[in-house]
Design a protein around this ligand. Structure first.
Ligand code: EPZ
Length: 419
C-alpha cells in the first residue's frame, strides 16, 4: 500500500492548474452509451474514470485514452452489447449505477449491481429507481442486483423528487432522453456537473432545459450519428481544495483553468474568513491570512456549500480564531477525518451532525490513515501546515479523484513524496 510523506510548514508559491471534473466525466461516460462515437477532452486521469471506462468496455463499447492529452475516445458499434454492470466494477465506483438509465432507455433492459455503501454512508439508490419506475420501467432487486426492463420502451411523465439527489437526477435525465414524449423532472439537483451532462445530451440531439430545479426533456430523440465532441468542465471540488491549501499556507498561489462564477459560494466563504482573493476570468489568486475569522457552515446541495469540501474547510477552521461550526447535512457519516485530525492536535468536538472546531490550534505531523476520497485530502492539507512529518496511509482513496496531486503541490514548493 502506498503512502504519502509530507514535510509541513513550507509556503506554497506558484500556479496550480485544475483538471477536468471527475463528477462530470462519470455521468457523461455513462451517457456515451447512447452515442455512436464520442471524443471527450479534459478528462481527469483518475482511478474512478478508468473504472468507468472498464465498465463501458465490459458492456461492449470501445474506449481509448489518449493519455498525454487527457482525451478519451468512446465508440459504440452496437455489437454484442451486454446490458450488465457487474458487482466487481460497481462496488468500488458507485457511479457505475449511472449506466442503468442509458441501458434501460436504449436497450430496454439492464442488470446493474446495487452499488452498496461506502465509508461516508449507505448510499441508497431508491430515488434512482423511483424515477425509472415512474418512466415505466419494471424494477426488481435480486441477489444484490437491480433487474430493470422496459419491453415497450420508457414513457415520458412528470416526476417530483422527494429530495435532491445528484445521481438520481442524472439517471432520470439519461433514461428520459430515450423515453417517448415529454418528461418534467422537479426538485432536481442543479450542480454544474448536471448542466455539463445536459449540454452533452443536447449535442446528442436532446432538447433538455433546466430552469431552477425543473428539467424538461423532450424524449425519443433520433440520436445524432456523427461524432460528438465535448470538453469536461473543471473540477470545482479540486479547485476548492487548492483554494483552502492556499488560504492555509500560500505565499502567492494562482489557481487557473477554472470559472470563478461557478465557485462563488466557496470564494465568498473564504473571503468572510478574511482570505484576500483576486479574481480573473479563468483564475483566482490568493495567499494565506494569519488572522482567519471563525465561521458557521452547513453543507447543502448546489449552490450551497458542497459536502465534498466539508473535510477540507474543517482544516482551515482549525486555524481560525474562535469556535467554528460545520454541519454535515448531506451524508450520515462524513466525519471520519475528525479522529485523524485530532491526532494531529486539532481541537474538534462532534455533536450529532455538527462539528465544533476550536482555533487556532498548532498541528503536529503524525502517521494518519485515509478513509475516503475527501477525508484523505483533508489530511494532506493538515500535513502541509503541521510541524514535522505527516505520513498518510491508504492513499488509494486520493487516487480515485485527484489527478497528479503531489506533482501539483511539489511544483508550488511543497515537500511531498509518495512511497
Ligand atoms: C454525488 O454523489 C457525488 N458523486 C458525490 O461526490 C457528492 O458528495 C454528492 O453527489 C453530493 O453532492 C458523483 O457525482 C459521482 P446524492 P450522489 O444522490 O449522487 C441520499 C465525491 O467525493 N440519496 O446527491 O451519490 C444520499 O444517501 C463524491 O466525489 C438517497 O437517499 O449523491 C445522500 O444522503 C462523494 N437515495 C443524499 O441523498 C438515493 O437514491 C445526496 O446524495 C440517492 C441519494
Amino acid at each position: 500500500m502506498q503512502k504519502l510523506i509530507i514535510k509541513g510548514k513550507r509556503n506554497l508559491i506558484g500556479k496550480i492548474s485544475i483538471s477536468g471534473s471527475k463528477n462530470s466525466a462519470l455521468p457523461i461516460l455513462a451517457a456515451s452509451i447512447l452515442a455512436n462515437k464520442v471524443i471527450l477532452k479534459n478528462i481527469p486521469l483518475v482511478k474512478d474514470i478508468f473504472t468507468m471506462a472498464e465498465l463501458l468496455n465490459f458492456i461492449g463499447l470501445n474506449t481509448k485514452f489518449l493519455l498525454n492529452k487527457n482525451i478519451l475516445e468512446i465508440k459504440n458499434k452496437e455489437k454484442k452489447i451486454n446490458t450488465l454492470a457487474p458487482y466487481k466494477l460497481v462496488k468500488t465506483m458507485r457511479a457505475g449505477v449511472l449506466v442503468l438509465g442509458p441501458l434501460l432507455g436504449k436497450y430496454g433492459k439492464a442488470k446493474v449491481s446495487l452499488p452498496g455503501g461506502c465509508a461516508i454512508g449507505t448510499r441508497p439508490v431508491n430515488l434512482h429507481l423511483f424515477a425509472l419506475k415512474k418512466l415505466g420501467a419494471n424494477i426488481k432487486i435480486k441477489n444484490g442486483y437491480i433487474l430493470a426492463e422496459a419491453k415497450s420502451g420508457l414513457k415520458g411523465t412528470t416526476i417530483k423528487f422527494p429530495n435532491v439527489s445528484v445521481g438520481a437526477t442524472e439517471n432520470a435525465l439519461l433514461a428520459a432522453f430515450m423515453a417517448k414524449g415529454k418528461t418534467v423532472l422537479k426538485n432536481c439537483a442543479t450542480e454544474p456537473e448536471i448542466n455539463d451532462l445536459i449540454s452533452f445530451l443536447n449535442k446528442l440531439g436532446g432538447q433538455i432545459k433546466l430552469s431552477g430545479r425543473t428539467a424538461i426533456i423532450n424524449g425519443k430523440n433520433e440520436i445524432k450519428k456523427q461524432l460528438i465532441k465535448h470538453e469536461i468542465i473543471f473540477d470545482r471540488i479540486e479547485a476548492g481544495t487548492y483554494m483552502i491549501a492556499s488560504a492555509l499556507i500560500g505565499k502567492k498561489v494562482t489557481i487557473d483553468k477554472i470559472d470563478p462564477r461557478i465557485i462563488k459560494t466557496e470564494i465568498n466563504i473564504l473571503k468572510k474568513m478574511g482570505v484576500k482573493i483576486k479574481k480573473n476570468n479563468n483564475s483566482i489568486s490568493l495567499k494565506k491570512n494569519v488572522n482567519l475569522k471563525k465561521i458557521n457552515i452547513t453543507t447543502k446541495p448546489y449552490p450551497g456549500f458542497p459536502t465534498d469540501l466539508q473535510a477540507q474547510l474543517m482544516v482551515l477552521m482549525t486555524q481560525a480564531n474562535g469556535l467554528s461550526k460545520i454541519s454535515e447535512n448531506i451524508f450520515e457519516n462524513r466525519f471520519m477525518h475528525v479522529p485523524e485530525l485530532r491526532r494531529m492536535g486539532a481541537k474538534i468536538k462532534i455533536k450529532n451532525k455538527t462539528a465544533f472546531i476550536k482555533g487556532p490550534s498548532k498541528l503536529a505531523g503524525a502517521e494518519v490513515m485515509a478513509t475516503d476520497l475527501r477525508a484523505s485530502v483533508s489530511l494532506v492539507l493538515a500535513g502541509l501546515i503541521a510541524e514535522n512529518k505527516t505520513v498518510i496511509n491508504r492513499i488509494y482513496h486520493l487516487d480515485r479523484g485527484y489527478e497528479f496531486l503531489e506533482t501539483k503541490l511539489k511544483r508550488c514548493n511543497a515537500e511531498i513524496v509518495r512511497i
